[in-house]
Design a protein around this ligand. Structure first.
Ligand SMILES: Nc1nc2c(c(=O)[nH]1)N[C@H]1C(S)=C(S)[C@@H](COP(=O)(O)O)O[C@H]1N2
Ligand SMILES: [Mo]
Length: 336
């Protein structure tokens, strides 16, 4: 299937990546058939990879992941999508289980044990059970998807994920007609998650997110196990996380241990904590301000590399063509 790569805007790859990397990537990309959306070989040369990973420790991937990587479908990006440098994507994170600061996840998440890992599937579904990640992914080929990620705090990133469409998994699990929403839950293991132990924490753990069924089976909705051609780092939500590119980043729940098919709209973490500030839908929308700041513009990180790098927020984070039909007839200002 063809996945549209949104226009990178006025931020060029050369602004966010060392020139050597940029030129090298361009050369590699030029060699690809321009019309092919996917390639069977990684679109990045080993040199580009190496410079991208400079100074970043990468976790060893489980064998099943390495195996799947050999058959992954790589997204060709003929125009040179302006990716966020790997170092920034792995050192400027929100993962409150490890603490409230952007650097906390990178500092503390290595202590989270991700193997073995099972996911509980329950609720209105014909194949409930406790599944290993490996089993959940076994029938599917990994796909690379280069998506924008837009945090509600008004910073965007562009990340090449590796995962499978959630739709395929849902089809195999066979929810019943009573299932109207999907509810996701993150691991809650305080002994490995210092943010959970902090006395001042206002969050009611575990972290919970949810999607309406039609959002969950939308072809853009991804279950990711990797990024930048590698296994997902713990701070980014290893071993599996959700990626919903047209919604604010907090919907993209990390380190999932439970997926439930439910009748009622689930109460999500941020909505429960501050219902006036965060809704269930959380669709990226420049017109709907957060009560404490405007969402009309976004500032690309890291700000220090190029200043200013502010641009207009796009409705549905640039994916309106593909998702706006899901919300036909809804008042986006009310159902935020
Ligand atoms: N379990 C859990 N998932 C989470 C969060 C969190 O605190 N806990 N933060 C969310 C927010 S606010 C954002 S912006 C993204 C950040 O993803 P990244 O760190 O991979 O860029 O993860 C989301 N998923
Ligand atoms: Mo966020």
């Amino acid at each position: 299937m063809l996945i549209k790569v949104p226009d990178g805007g006025e931020c060029r790859e050369s602004q966010v990546t060392p020139e050597e990397t940029y030129l090298n990537r361009r050369r590699v990309l030029k060699g690809l058939v321009a019309s092919a959306a996917f390639s069977t070989v990684p679109s990045l040369s080993s040199l580009a990879e190496a410079s991208r990973y400079a100074g970043v420790a990468v976790a060893k991937a489980p064998a099943w992941f390495d195996d799947k990587l050999l058959h992954a479908q790589w997204q060709a990006s003929p125009d040179g999508e302006s990716l966020t440098p790997f170092r920034d994507a792995t050192h400027y994170n929100n993962f409150y289980e490890f603490g409230p600061d952007k650097g906390d996840p990178a500092r503390h998440a290595a202590g989270m044990v991700t193997e073995p890992w099972t996911v509980m599937i329950d609720g209105e579904v014909e194949r409930p059970g406790q599944y290993s990640v490996e089993d959940l992914f076994a029938p599917s080929r990994l796909q690379e998807r280069i998506y924008r990620l837009r945090c509600v705090e008004a910073w965007p990133m562009v990340i090449p994920w590796l995962g499978i469409p959630l739709a395929g998994l849902i089809e195999r699990l066979a929810p019943t007609s009573a299932a109207k929403y999907v509810r996701f839950e993150t691991l809650a293991r305080p002994e490995q998650m210092p943010g959970m132990r902090a006395g001042f924490s206002l969050i009611d753990w575990p972290y919970v997110e949810g999607l309406r069924m039609d959002e969950a089976v939308h072809p853009l909705t991804l279950l990711a196990v990797g990024m930048y051609g590698r296994v997902l780092p713990n701070q980014n939500g290893a071993p599996l996380r959700l990626v919903v590119p047209w919604k604010y980043g907090f919907k993209s729940i990390k380190s999932i241990v439970r997926i439930s098919f439910v009748r009622e709209q689930p109460k999500t973490t941020w909505q429960a904590m501050a219902p006036d500030e965060y809704g269930f839908y959380a669709n990226v929308n420049p017109q709907v301000s957060h009560p404490r700041w405007s969402q009309a513009r976004e500032r690309r990180l890291p700000g220090s590399l190029f200043s200013p790098n502010i641009r207009q927020t796009q409705l549905f984070n640039g994916y309106a063509d593909q998702v706006s039909h899901l919300y036909a007839g809804m008042d986006l200002a009310r159902d935020y």
